[in-house]
Design a binder for this molecule. Structure first.
Ligand code: ADP
Ligand code: MG
Length: 255
């Protein structure tokens, strides 16, 4: 439904063996929200993001994308999808951007970006390519369409990876520390692209260590600690008047 949250997570738990990594996370992203997720290393940020598109399977709890809840059933050591086609359909609406770009090295930039609308949306190649070119234009990479990933800087590769997501016009984007693998001088060009997308009010959940950036672009900030949301709120509150002593310490160290 139109009015449903883009992403709704309720009481999400995830264990890896004996490690209880997510301990009851409840989070809502409404259309247009830019949710920044911050927290120390190992607090469960990536695991939470990966559960949203079922790259990790939750141990318990529910996840709904635009009001449609993943149907899960008990399986090996946790929950498994009851209907793989449903997962495929929901996943097609979520674009994931990884720390390490994950471009296909044996395809050109244009090939990388075209592949997704062809396979995920089933578009004819010509139409997919037109979308891909528009997406590359959007991230300032039109002139690199024929380049090979290995010949690009990290910043260019990450912008291509963002274009690949934009080419399917996703309901929401999931970005996992998109700038943390980049040399410092390349961070800005990627943040500029994300900033533009946030200004367009594209729904996103953004895991980041760039605190100043999170403060600028986020509509909502979530501080994850030991698999729980310890504090959340608007950026002015989280960065300007944090309540939790752990968050205060975390921000102090990050500054
Ligand atoms: N596939 C996995 N198998 C076992 N443990 C994992 C796996 N993925 C993550 N973990 C553990 O879960 C915890 C949270 O990891 P992660 O979600 O990557 O944290 P963050 O992204 O906040 O740094 C860490 O202790 C990590 O070692
Ligand atoms: Mg991580």
């Amino acid at each position: 439904m139109q009015d449903d949250p883009a992403i709704q997570i309720i009481d999400l738990h995830k264990s890896f063996g004996d490690a209880h990594v997510l301990r009851g996370v409840t989070l809502t992203a409404r259309p247009g929200d830019v949710v920044a997720v911050i927290g120390g290393s190992g607090s469960g940020k990536s695991t939470m993001l990966r559960c949203i598109n079922l790259l990790e399977q939750p141990s318990s709890g529910s996840i709904a994308i635009r009001g449609e809840e993943y149907r899960m059933r008990p399986g090996d050591g946790g929950l498994v999808p009851a209907d793989p086609r449903q997962v495929q359909r929901i996943r097609a609406q979520l674009g994931m951007v990884f720390q390490n770009f994950n471009l296909w090295q044996h395809r050109t930039v244009l090939g990388n970006v075209t592949e997704v609308p062809v396979h995920v949306l089933g578009l004819p190649r010509a139409q997919a390519e037109a979308r891909a070119r528009a997406a590359l234009e959007r991230v300032g990479m039109a002139d690199k369409a024929d380049a090979w990933p290995a010949h690009l800087s990290g910043g260019q590769q990450q912008r291509a990876a963002i274009a690949r997501v934009l080419a399917v016009d996703p309901l929401a984007m999931l970005l996992d520390e998109p700038t943390s693998a980049l040399d410092p001088e390349l961070v800005g060009e990627v943040l500029a692209v994300i900033r533009d997308l946030a200004a367009e009010r594209r729904t996103m959940i953004l895991v980041t260590h760039e605190m100043r950036f999170a403060r600028d672009v986020a509509s909502h900030v979530v501080y994850l600690r030991d698999g729980r949301i310890e504090e959340q709120g608007p950026p002015e509150q989280i960065f300007g008047d944090p309540r939790s002593p752990h968050l205060r310490q975390f921000l102090g160290n990050a500054a």
